[in-house]
Design a protein around this ligand. Structure first.
Ligand SMILES: Cc1cc2nc3c(=O)[nH]c(=O)nc-3n(C[C@H](O)[C@H](O)[C@H](O)COP(=O)(O)OP(=O)(O)OC[C@H]3O[C@@H](n4cnc5c(N)ncnc54)[C@H](O)[C@@H]3O)c2cc1C
Length: 311
């Protein structure tokens, strides 16, 4: 396709994670012409297994997407395009999407952002080597596999008490690493009552073999051994395009989310958001559910417009 040829879709879905894919499935079944544009860098790309999604417990992230795509492509009106959407202009009924490194310009009547979030890791030497193999962010996703193991919790901020309490649901062998002296006398006493060791020394590096952590070394020469790590990451929106387009944003705890109504509509007419980006509870099944809901809203809004055009 050359740059002069412009595709016109009922819906352009930016992002092909569970939110975007489930939206594509519902819209395909609603007989809509849909394009899914995906950079293919989902939030969970580092993990070997995904958990907690009914009928898919333990599946690899890539198999999850492959099966979804195979099922969606059974419907004739959906296409997939690899790439990054870099800008959007236009308004409800006629959006123009520009893709990076591509001759393709996409035109669509409605636009769904299912672009997810990215985890910025704390700046600790050796963490990226163990991330996804023996270091994780979400106990609901990976806690079961690390139950009753010796776990270090790295939480050098206000959330440390909340986070370590959460991880204690899966193991009692816990060391909390705050990387600095942060906690009050009362909080220290609370940790002590629950048998949680507190280490405030500054972390130098994580030592590991083939992704499995062996010990954590501190700047003062000391080290501790552990089997796994849970840590707090900083979550940021994968793209600023919804914000640039004027979508209202708000705080979801420390995270900025795209504001939507309960069906995924943003304040910008014709623009919808689903999944992690709009604050669904950071789980595959929640993202998929919100994608399906946004797709229903899009279909209802398109039907309304088409119905009124005939009147
Ligand atoms: C390490 C880790 C492990 C996890 N394990 C689990 C688990 O076991 N079970 C569970 O339920 N949840 C798990 N999660 C959470 C889960 O990954 C997210 O809740 C889920 O992926 C959110 O789905 P989404 O569709 O909103 O976004 P994503 O899955 O992140 O998909 C968004 C897609 O949009 C694409 N994209 C972004 N910007 C653009 C752009 N401008 N143009 C084109 N494409 C773009 C991205 O590349 C990506 O492919 C885990 C998270 C992490 C970090």
């Amino acid at each position: 396709m050359t740059k002069t040829e412009v595709e016109i879709y009922d819906v352009a879905i930016v992002g092909g994670g569970p939110a975007g894919l489930n939206a594509a499935l519902v819209l395909a079944r609603s007989r809509r012409l849909v394009l899914v544009i995906d950079e293919e860098m989902p939030r969970n790309h580092v993990t070997r297994e995904s958990h907690g999604f009914l009928t898919r417990d333990g599946i690899t992230p890539s198999d999850f997407r492959r099966i979804a795509k195979e099922q969606i492509l059974e419907y004739p009106s959906v296409r997939f395009q690899s790439g990054v959407v870099t800008s959007v202009i236009g308004s409800d009924g006629d959006f123009l999407l520009q893709l990076e490194s591509s001759e393709v310009t996409v035109r669509s009547r409605k636009l769904l952002f299912a672009t997810g979030m990215k985890d910025a890791l704390p700046d600790i030497e050796g963490l990226s080597e163990v991330y996804g193999t023996s270091a994780f962010v979400c106990p609901f996703c990976d806690g079961w596999e690390w139950r009753d193991r010796q776990i270090s919790v790295i939480a050098p901020n206000d959330s440390s008490m909340h986070y370590v309490k959460m991880i204690s649901g899966w193991t009692k062998s816990l060391t909390l690493l705050t990387n600095a002296s942060l906690l009050t006398v009362e909080q220290r006493a609370e940790l002590s009552i629950h048998g949680i060791t507190l280490v405030e020394e500054s972390i130098q590096r994580i030592e590991s073999q083939q992704g499995y952590v062996s010990r954590i070394a501190f700047n003062n020469g000391r080290f501790i051994e552990c089997e796994g790590i849970f840590f707090v990451s900083t979550l940021v929106q994968s793209t600023k395009i919804p914000e640039i387009m004027g979508c209202n944003m708000s705080n979801n705890g420390p995270v900025m989310k795209v504001d939507t109504d309960s069906m995924g509509r943003t304040n910008v007419p014709g623009v919808y958001s689903a999944g992690d980006a709009s604050g669904s509870p950071f789980q595959l099944i929640s993202a998929a559910s919100s994608g399906a809901t946004a797709a229903a809203a899009i279909q209802l809004d398109l039907l309304d417009e088409e119905w009124n055009m005939v009147n």
